[in-house]
Design a protein around this ligand. Structure first.
Ligand code: FES
Length: 129
């Protein structure tokens, strides 16, 4: 199993690790098979633009690399644009992943969607902070 240079680079030097200050959307997802967990944090401004995004993961190297790339890809995007982010786009940006590791990128996509969902619920007053 070989990893692209981009994957290794994002694994060794992950971007946006930790919790975004003033996050107004937080999503946590897990993969039942491998037991890995990923948490995404986003801060959305009044115009609906994701000003900042970060992640924390108890996951494998591919989970670290894909969430690092996913946070980079949604920063500065609108909520609608970020919702279009697919795991394959993340994999493509990382110049590929071994087939056995594709599910890790799905976790990153799901975590982004969960964070946006949380933001929408808070915005619509369904949830108190
Ligand atoms: Fe589970 Fe990668 S092995 S997220």
């Amino acid at each position: 199993m070989t990893y692209s240079k981009k994957v290794l680079e994002h694994f060794q030097c992950p971007r946006n690790v930790g919790e975004v200050e003033g996050a107004n959307g937080v999503g946590t997802v897990g993969n039942a098979k491998c037991g890995d967990i990923m948490q995404m944090f986003i801060r959305v401004n009044d115009e609906g633009i994701i000003e900042d995004a970060s992640f924390k993961t108890f996951g494998c190297g591919a989970a670290v690399a894909t969430s690092s790339m996913a946070t980079e890809m949604i920063k500065g995007k609108s909520i609608d644009e970020a919702l279009q982010l697919t795991n394959s786009a993340v994999v493509e940006a990382l110049e590929g992943l071994p087939p056995a590791k594709i599910h890790c990128s799905v976790l990153a996509e799901e975590a982004v969607k969960a964070a946006i969902d949380d933001y929408m619920k808070r915005k619509n007053g369904e949830k108190r902070e």
